[in-house]
Design a protein around this ligand. Sequence first.
Ligand code: HEM
Length: 461
Amino acid sequence: MSSQLPPAPSGYPVLKNAVQFARDPFTFVERATSECGDIYRMALPAVDDVFVFTHPDHLDRILVSDVEAFGKTEDYQRAFGNGLLSVEGQKWRQQRDMLQPLFYRDHIRGYTEQMVACTERRLETWIEGETLDMEPEMKNLTLEVLFSTLFGRSLVPGEDQELRDAADGLNEWFTPSSWILPPWIPTPARRRFNQSTKRLRQEVRRLLEEGNDRTRISGDEASGSKDQSNSKQAAHSNTPDLLTQLQKARNRADETDLTIEEIEDQLITMVFAGHETTAAALAFTWYALATNPDLQEQLHTELDTVLDGDSPTYDDLQNLEFTERIISEALRLYPPVHTIPRRALTDVEVGGYRIPEDHEIHLSIIHIHRDGRFYDEPLAFRPERWTDEFEEELHDFAYAPFGGGRRTCIGREFALLEAKVVLATVGQKFQFDWENDEAIELEPRVTTRSKEGIPLRIRQR
Ligand code: HEM
């Protein structure tokens, strides 16, 4: 095995690369790659060096062919306990097997109507000509969808602010300034994260209790008595929600038996992983369309032709080819998960360099998605590039917005359906204008964000 560590980009003498990274992580990554190539080392003063990989072959190696040599980082375990995102080994296998059927396409399609209803409800709050920041707006919407579908609980626009703030606060664990400090330092961001998880645990406990009541109520209804008190309970489709499934798993006395804490961990994980990511994808999509009016017009033409003014059904959505390409391109140019972290479980050699045991590595998805070796005009928003032939020829791991290998995103189908529903429902009624001279500047939190938000003027069509 090679004893050579990957090169580190030049940095300030004492604080090494930390200052540059914390100030502007994306520019740092760009500069580091042009100085060092596809693998480099970030030298940090207070924590171990971090290794960054920027070629699709590395994703293949780390997520698939040599997957046993890499694990999840401790950060995720500390933040999300035994939730699916962080748990490892046999326990992860059991949880994934238990939850996977809930995320199959055939199951997810049953949520279409609820997704449309949530979107239409939010659109009722929009005012002609107002400027809305699409980042918080889409976050509110995707949280409403998540609660209505997977949790079976309505979140009404304009209400439940404390709960929305708590969902938002889950990101605080992963602010760039926290990445470069040891985990035991109680930064203000980490304190906010702890308050948020506490609040969400309370909510989840309440929902679980309500779920038990609901089960009891439906038993009572069957025996004649009616209860109309639970006004916040979402209108149910025939598709069972995640909460009910988890409750069932808790009551089963087999190897998937879950503790109450594990159910809470699971639901908090879904709030964290399942709303801000899709919200980012949607907000960037609206930005891309507002700054490319011809593409926005093409979207409108497709929606008007296929839907003819009606709310979209699942079958309609299958005919929205251009809409689908817009989503693929937005996930390429603005991948909500810009980096996938892992930990080397043993000393490994990658690309001729040694990665020491127990060190953190990052797979830079955004860098790969914007690499001219795989995409012509990589910084241009070009949905039309997503032809079947292009996809066939593309390196398997040059497009990985949902990760890859066995830990690939369980919510992929859910997110893609939701994105299409929202694009179709909103695009039929509204159009967007970008009124600033400057383009947005990206900023990495745990998801990709715009530094100044995404304020768009909305106009009725
Ligand atoms: C556009 C939206 C989304 C994007 C870009 C996205 C991206 C990702 C990525 C890159 C991973 C892999 C992380 C890793 O390997 O460390 C992942 C995992 C995961 N995602 Fe998503 N995700 C999205 C939506 C969702 C939704 C809607 C849900 C749930 C409702 C969800 C739940 C999860 C969970 C639970 C995992 C962990 C899976 C496991 O380790 O077995 N995601 N996601």
